[in-house]
Design a protein around this ligand. Structure first.
Ligand SMILES: Nc1ncnc2c1ncn2[C@@H]1O[C@H](COP(=O)(O)OP(=O)(O)OP(=O)(O)O)[C@@H](O)[C@H]1O
Length: 703
């Protein structure tokens, strides 16, 4: 079919669809505000339909696939949209939700005239595809119709023209959904089975974050009985990143999924007055320049306290704590009346053994009170009873007061308290000493949070919190203990864990190999995938970043670009004549004039960034400085340290100090530089003074 005919055909279908949507909206009728419950339920359903149709109005669908089921002669055109709808008159599917089984054909089909199949609830359905078409509709207007496959056509190379068109767009301050261009390898992850720990190593820009969010939407659609949005949780590295991704799930029609950072979740769950040590924090230590930071091969507190070994050691200490919890003395409320120690122990250790310690203590206290009430009730003389009651209750309070506190924080402080009989030689001396000092000040550090929640979980149970599915983004930065901990809040493992070892800039506390997580799950429970195609950046930027990748010591194979060519990466030596600030502001102004919407100046350290930010402000460039603890990402021009730019992306990136002192030939600096370079979609410029970083090749530095 000629392009023009295809366009006219789709215009007719769009008109028809918009009319159908209007008809359905009209029939919904007015809202109900009365008190009748059943009417309220119906109204809620109608409201849901109204909002679905209203959303569909702007872009009812984005794709079409003509599928000829085996045994049939005529193909059925299937229109795929972000939401589905049926024809009101006949109940026939009219637009198919992208998550429906048949819609998987749209994504998994990558060309060829051979048979295809998809898995429906009633079994495998086979057939052939006659047409795959991308349809771009914005604000009810048909913009583009692109056929990526036509049976009998020449289908040259099947380069996804539509994908390239999307990738070439400029970005704003929010991550977007990709329903119209999900690629086959991404679709396989989105639709992977639910009861697995899905571990994904993905190149920078391979769509990990995006895919994880689409997977959540898929799981909710596919397993409405087993997975609830309010029992899903997404962990991301910081609040600003959460802000950046916050638009995707609502766009996909998903609400109520908790999106948080591990620290926020842990602090809320601990519910105690946890104070974090107020020194330089992690970045102040680990992101310093190479000659100032601790040796990379040292046993770091983060790695040690995030290990499964430490978790098991804590388990032993908790067991001992529980074992010695009861004083070996009877309770004697008054002379001659004895509750023997053996009976107390029997209640505590046998009858209540299935409960966590906090509940056992509570039950024991309740039982002892009831026992005392019964003893008092047997006293005939009310006067004596009254006298004894007062003294006996005070004695009981004293007995209970002798029981140790059931608090994770208290347990931790006791453990490291110096005189603790629980401490043995397991904890390396330097770490023990530091934690002991902290304990004396009643403070803890980031790396103590997961162990504290582990202790809390052992002492208190799950507090009724269960997860149906957990997503951890930037999973290379978490510890095995954190994942084991989250696993303990689930009936069966259902995880999406995504990350990139090459971006493991928090290796002092994070994973060094994915195998560290494999050990937490049985083989049948885990699935490992690699995503190598990178969608974010131009060919030139990916090839440039791939050189840096070879210095990260990860052994990862290079990211593969989608063939989208752009401007060459520029590596510019600052010479005496022009100041750095005027050079940077010149480049920013040029990028703005070229239509770049998000531009980042990525500095090596936070101090560098403050300096650059001040210089730019003076030069009249309006920018926002991204600092630790920030909650919102504004877009526009940003100045950010590498560590906080991770996960974000910008139309243009400028590295103002790509010199050999800031980025040495170490894997740590290579990872930082790799992160910084891979943030760029369209333009990447590196400036340096003196000697250029050895992490990029000589011929590039001459470019
Ligand atoms: N199939 C796709 N169609 C269109 N755009 C895509 C597709 N896959 C990924 N992208 C785009 O590529 C960019 C990178 O995606 P995303 O941030 O999810 O990748 P990531 O793997 O999490 O990256 P990183 O690890 O570098 O932070 C985003 O702009 C996203 O919209």
């Amino acid at each position: 079919m000629e392009r023009q005919d295809a366009y006219l055909e789709e215009q007719a279908r769009l008109d028809e669809t918009l009319e159908e949507i209007e008809r359905q909206l009209e029939r919904i009728g007015p809202r109900y505000y009365g008190d009748v419950y059943i009417e309220q339920v119906l109204d809620a359903k109608r409201e849901e339909m109204r909002s679905r149709l209203t959303l569909m109005r702007n872009e009812p669908y984005f794709g079409r696939i003509d599928f000829r089921e085996k045994g049939r002669t005529e193909p059925t055109p299937l229109y795929i949209g972000k939401r589905g709808m049926d024809l009101q008159e006949t109940g026939q599917p009219y637009v198919i939700d992208w998550r429906a089984p048949v819609a998987s054909l749209f994504y998994s089909f990558t060309g060829g005239d051979g048979p295809v199949e998809y898995e429906a609830p009633e079994g495998v359905i086979a057939g052939e595809i006659d047409l795959k078409r991308n349809i771009s509709i914005r604000e009810r207007q048909l913009e583009r119709v692109v056929d990526s496959y036509v049976r009998g056509g020449d289908n040259l190379g099947l380069t996804d023209e539509f994908l390239l068109y999307r990738l070439g767009e400029k970005k704003d301050n929010r991550l977007r959904d990709i329903v119209s261009t999900i690629q086959a390898e991404q679709d396989a992850i989105i639709r992977a089975p639910k009861n697995r720990a899905l571990i994904i190593q993905g190149a920078a820009g391979s769509g990990k974050t995006t895919v994880a969010l689409h997977r959540l939407a898929y799981l909710l659609y596919q397993y409405p009985e087993q997975i609830r949005a309010d029992r899903m949780i997404i962990f991301a590295p910081n609040a600003m990143f959460l802000d950046y991704i916050s638009g995707v799930l609502p766009e996909l029609g998903v609400g109520d999924v908790r999106q948080t950072t591990f620290s926020d979740w842990a602090l809320e769950l601990l519910g105690e007055d946890v104070k974090l040590a107020g020194d330089d924090g992690e970045s102040g230590t680990w992101f310093r320049l190479a000659d100032e930071r601790p040796a990379a091969d040292s046993v770091t507190p983060g790695r040690f306290k995030g290990s499964i070994g430490y978790m098991r050691w804590l388990d032993e200490k908790l067991e001992a704590y529980e074992r010695d919890f009861l004083p070996d003395i009877p309770f004697v409320p008054w002379s001659g009346c004895v509750l023997p120690a053996a009976v107390i122990r029997e209640w505590f250790e046998v009858e209540y053994r299935h409960y966590p310690l906090a509940a056992r203590k509570e039950r024991l206290v309740g039982r002892m009170k009831r026992w005392l009430d019964m003893q008092l009730a047997e006293i005939g003389d009310p006067k004596i009873r009254k006298e004894r009651s007062k003294a006996a209750k005070a004695k009981l309070r004293a007995y209970i007061g002798k029981l140790p506190p059931v608090s994770a924080l208290q347990f931790h402080f006791r453990l490291y308290g110096g005189k603790s009989e629980l401490m043995d030689g397991f904890v390396p001396e330097a770490i023990r000493k530091q934690t002991q000092k902290d304990a004396a000040k009643r403070v803890v550090r980031q790396e103590d949070l997961a162990p504290l929640v582990w202790i809390h979980r052992a002492l208190h149970g799950t507090d009724g919190q269960t997860f149906d599915h957990v997503v951890v983004d930037e999973a290379q930065d978490v510890s095995p203990l954190q994942i084991a901990l989250l696993r303990s809040y689930m009936k069966e493992p259902s995880f999406t864990l995504l990350g990139d070892m090459a971006q493991g800039i928090h290796a002092y506390r994070g994973l060094h190999r994915w195998e560290e997580l494999f050990e937490l799950f049985e083989e049948a429970q885990r699935l490992y995938h690699e995503l190598k195609l990178s969608y974010r950046s131009t060919l030139e930027i990916i090839e440039f970043a791939n050189r840096v990748l070879t210095h990260t010591g990860t052994g990862l194979s290079p990211a593969q670009p989608v063939f989208r060519s752009g401007d060459p990466v520029e590596v510019v030596r600052l010479d005496g004549g022009e100041s750095r600030t005027s050079r940077i502001s010149g480049i920013i102004r040029q990028h703005l004039a070229e239509g770049m919407r998000t531009i980042a100046v990525i500095g090596r350290t936070e101090a560098d960034c403050r300096e650059i930010y001040a210089e730019l402000s003076e030069a009249g460039i309006e920018a926002s400085l991204i600092v630790e603890g920030q909650r919102a990402y504004q877009g526009g021009v940003s100045v950010a340290p590498v560590s906080l730019s991770k996960g974000l992306e910008f139309d243009a990136v400028l590295l103002p100090d790509a010199d050999s002192r800031r980025y040495t030939a170490s894997p740590e600096d290579a990872k930082l530089l790799y992160v910084a370079c891979t943030r760029a979609l369209h333009r990447l410029t590196l400036l340096y003074d003196g000697e250029v970083t050895p992490l990029i090749s000589a011929d590039e530095s001459d470019a």
